[in-house]
Design a protein around this ligand. Structure first.
Ligand code: ADP
Length: 398
């Protein structure tokens, strides 16, 4: 069966067509600047060069129309007709407490996703627009919702509660939910396969280090803690997000600089993280690595502070699980930057981590990067959220 995977943002739509048997990507692409001037679709059919079509895209319905045209057109298309697409899997950012696993989308599911939209006001409405646009374009094709939060729903109460008055949890569901769940789930399962062990017997820490970054503690295959919270702002220092911060900072900056809540929120989400710490040198770790090596103080400050926070979380999760068997690095930085991995791992002597520097030069490939005598296995496990979504979709629709 061919599965269309859709990841819909407010002005963008990423897609992949995946064959569920071979698990090969048949076509992948991106619609950019939906609803804005200068919109375009960029896609790569399997075995062909990248194709870019600049064309007006006033809304997501038009974007989906163009995706279907790209998949089916005579010249570069990859399927003869839409009938070949057996199901669609949608990435949904927030499933609240309602969704602990992926589900087939029906009216009730749509309503439930709408109901938790105030927990992810930028993401869930965009995800819903993507679902509705696909339903219009492909009536009768089954659709599945795969939630970023679902994998973390196994966290115990003492990990997901904030030290807030309990009534806020009861009234508004204010608690820690966690994100990147599809990636943490995929990487932890894959790590167990690579290690040749039953995941039930493993204590794993997954470091998803991309533009957005989070760590999770996976004990016996279940997430018992993760670093993101009510929103993806909590936890690690990220590309442009602060991660953990004293909440009083918000009021302090508001008063000092005469800013509104929205303006401070923008600072915490878009102007902070390694971008802010490096004095706006870059949020891209490739630039920061270059800067670090050429003696740029801001780059060094940003990367060292980022790495220290990762080390602290690894320490905390080792304590939470009563030990750790393997630490997995994934996503853009985790998969590709041996430089940043080494700075992190240099802080892990307390658990007997020993890095094999030659293996650590790996980029974007599965690899064990610890020495045989290391007390904890260190590994690079590239994530594949689209494949994980396609697998769940197939499992529910075959
Ligand atoms: P997201 O999906 O959250 O946007 P990604 O997982 O794609 O993020 O990761 C993006 C980050 O990965 C960027 O900061 C980028 O610099 C970093 N990255 C990608 N390739 C490399 C590399 N070769 N060396 C260092 N960092 C890299």
């Amino acid at each position: 069966m061919k599965i269309l995977v859709i990841n819909c943002g407010s002005s963008s739509l990423k897609f992949q067509l995946i064959d569920s048997e071979s698990e090969q990507v048949i076509c992948k692409g991106l619609c950019e600047r939906i609803g804005i001037d200068g919109s375009r679709i960029v896609y790569t059919p399997e075995g062909k060069d990248k194709i870019t079509v600049e064309t007006p895209m006033p809304d997501h319905n038009k974007a989906i129309e163009l995706v279907i045209e790209a998949l089916t057109n005579k010249e570069n298309g990859v399927v003869a007709s839409l009938d070949e697409i057996g199901a669609v899997g949608h990435r949904i950012v927030h499933g609240g407490e309602k969704f602990t696993e992926s589900v087939v989308i029906n009216d009730e599911v749509i309503k439930a996703i709408e109901d938790v939209s105030d927990l992810a006001p930028l993401h869930n409405p965009a995800n819903l627009i993507g679902i509705k646009a696909c339903m219009n374009a492909m009536p009768g094709v089954p659709m599945v919702a795969v939630f970023d939060t679902a994998f973390h729903q196994t966290m115990p109460e003492n990990a997901y509660l904030y030290g807030l008055h309990y009534s806020y949890y009861e009234k508004y569901g204010i608690r820690r939910y966690g994100f990147h769940g599809t990636s943490h789930s995929y990487v932890s399962k894959r790590a167990a396969e690579i290690l040749g062990k039953d995941i039930k017997d493993l204590k794993l820490i997954v470091c998803h280090l991309g533009n957005g970054a989070s760590v999770s503690a996976v004990k016996g295959g279940k997430c018992i803690d993760t670093s993101m919270g009510l929103t993806p702002l909590e936890g690690l220092i990220m590309g442009t997000r602060t991660g953990d911060i004293d909440p009083s900072v918000v009021e302090f900056i508001m008063k000092k600089e005469n800013l509104s809540v929205a303006e401070v929120n923008n600072i915490l989400n878009k102007k902070s993280g390694v971008f802010g710490l490096s004095n706006e040198l870059s949020s891209d770790f490739r630039d920061l690595e270059d800067g670090y090596l050429s003696g740029n103080e801001g780059a060094k400050r940003a990367v060292d502070t980022f790495a220290y926070r990762v080390v602290k979380y690894i320490g905390a999760y080792t304590a939470a699980m009563g030990g750790v068997d393997a630490i997995c690095f994934t996503a853009g930085v985790g998969e590709n930057s041996g430089f940043t991995r080494k700075i992190i791992i240099d802080g892990l002597g307390f658990i007997g981590a020993s890095l094999n520097e030659e293996a650590n030069t790996v980029r974007g490939k599965e690899e064990i990067i610890s020495n045989p005598d290391s007390k904890v296995t260190l590994m690079v496990v590239p994530t594949n959220e689209e494949l994980a979504i396609a697998r769940d979709t197939y499992a529910l629709c075959k």
